[in-house]
Design a protein around this ligand. Structure first.
Ligand SMILES: [Mg+2]
Length: 219
């Protein structure tokens, strides 16, 4: 389906990590280091390929397969502490996203596979939280995270929009699949993720800088 001649969106649903905040590189580096503690050496690119867009439960399954034994009980705590240390020193909003949000004509919200506490921290640290304070949706809110459609459907229902009126902005194949399963249109932000992986997952239009997004949302 093309966006051309489609009605403009009633609701724009942003993914958080990699779309609003530039957290993916910092997070995957923290994960890479925490796996190295367990004796598994990955490149940053391999870490992206394994973990991009996964929920915590899926992440733990992958870690268990990689380290070939039960995941230590403090793994998530160590990974989280490393991530938050990196966020405190280096986290920034995705370039151009403040302007996109200021200029949006449609209503909007954020829906992330990450925990709400992490969203509050990353959005707060980058000055975006005031825009999203009362419209944060997390996989914590539903029984099945992305790639299931539950989170996007929950966000749309709560915001009072029909799925066909929603446009999702996603940077991971997992998130693109979730949006398509929810019957929503998806614009794939391919700054860090290979564009073909987002297209294969079902993104109808791809872009690689936020300054391109307002025009895509208007058509
Ligand atoms: Mg993401």
């Amino acid at each position: 389906m093309s966006l051309v001649n489609s009605p403009s969106a009633a609701l724009v649903i942003f993914d958080c990590d990699g779309v609003l905040v530039d957290s993916e590189r910092l997070c995957h580096e923290a994960l890479r280091q925490t796996l190295a503690d367990e004796g598994v050496e990955l490149t940053l690119e391999q870490a992206f390929a394994h973990f991009m867009g996964t929920s915590e439960a899926v992440l733990l399954d992958i870690v268990e397969r990689l380290i070939e034994r039960p995941v230590p009980g403090d793994f998530i705590a160590r990974f989280g502490a490393r991530s938050f240390d990196a966020f405190r020193s280096d986290l920034q909003a995705v370039d151009g996203v403040h302007d996109v949000i200021r200029g949006l004509g449609a209503r909007y919200c954020v829906a992330s596979n990450g925990p709400k506490e992490k969203m509050r921290f990353t959005l707060g640290h980058t000055g975006l939280l005031p825009h999203f304070e009362d419209r944060l949706f997390s996989a914590d809110d539903v029984s099945r995270p992305k790639p299931a459609p539950d989170l996007f459907l929950h966000a749309a229902r709560t915001m009072g929009a029909a799925p066909a009126e929603c446009i999702v902005i996603e940077d991971s194949p997992t998130g693109v699949k979730a949006a398509r399963a929810a019957g929503m249109r998806v614009l794939g932000y391919a700054a860090m993720t290979p564009a073909e992986r987002l297209r294969d997952a079902g993104a109808e239009t791809l872009f690689d800088h936020m300054k391109q997004l307002p025009a895509l949302l208007r058509t």
